[in-house]
Design a protein around this ligand. Structure first.
Ligand SMILES: [Fe+2]
Length: 242
């Protein structure tokens, strides 16, 4: 694993805790969000007007990914920005930008959440287009924010947070019940990992009981969900070992 240098404003290496690139673990989650929100507008536009059953499946998925992104950003808000302000005061502008971008994404997510509920009941074309347009805007804001965060905040956080603090953040994140079925989320997660790395990630990152449960039942649950979500596509998150 490489050690990334801070872009600007972080403490000198001699005074910062010795740490590796733990933010790489968050970058994996960012890949998932990029993928989920990039495909979301097309999922809505692909539903034929009046197809209430399919609109219901897609709306449920949208509520799930919206809640997931809210939880992710709240965790970052709770653990990152105050510490960055305190330990790397020169990064104040970056912290202000991150807080502002999180606020903007959060507002847009709420604007998409509401029409998703009404669209699920009617599957009408006008609400579908309003919802898809809100999701386009979420995607635009998110792509910009994630790039800024990875470039301007993560190198600093790698320099100022200890391994124990990163472990604590992970423990906190795991305490939340995921807003999507766990194996569907796991499958979507694996989709976002390059195929050449997928098997290794599956073996390294997941505890043995989860791997066994995924092989026995979880993979089928994920594949069923994907067929409902993207009827034309083949589920791709299949670790060769699964
Ligand atoms: Fe963020």
């Amino acid at each position: 694993m490489t050690t990334r240098l801070p872009s600007t404003g972080a403490p000198e290496p001699a005074t910062a805790p010795a740490t590796t690139c733990r933010s790489d673990e968050v970058v994996v989650i960012h890949r998932l969000f990029r993928r989920l929100f990039a495909e979301a507008p097309a999922l809505v536009r692909d539903v034929a007007p009046g197809d209430v059953a399919r609109a219901g499946h897609v709306a449920k998925h949208l509520h799930g990914i919206i809640a997931l992104l809210h939880v992710h950003h709240r965790t970052e808000d709770d653990y990152f920005w105050d510490r960055m302000t305190e330990r790397a005061p020169a990064c104040g502008l970056h912290v202000a930008l991150m807080r502002r971008q999180h606020g903007a994404v959060s507002d847009r997510l709420d604007l998409a959440d509401e029409p998703a509920t009404s669209w699920a009941g009617e599957a009408d074309a006008a609400t579908a287009e309003r919802l898809a347009a809100e999701l386009d805007e979420v995607d635009r804001l998110l792509v910009e924010h994630l790039a800024d965060e990875e470039r301007d905040a993560f190198p600093v956080l790698d320099a100022i947070l200890s391994d124990a603090e990163w472990d604590d953040i992970h423990k906190h994140a795991k305490r939340h019940k995921p807003p999507l079925p766990i194996f569907v989320l796991l499958g979507l997660m694996m989709e976002s990992i390059p195929q050449s790395e997928r098997d290794a990630w599956f073996e390294k990152e997941l505890p043995a009981p989860i791997r066994v449960a995924y092989r026995l039942a979880g993979r089928r649950q994920y594949e069923r969900a994907i067929r409902r979500l993207r009827p034309q596509a083949t589920p791709i998150a299949v670790a060769a070992t699964a």
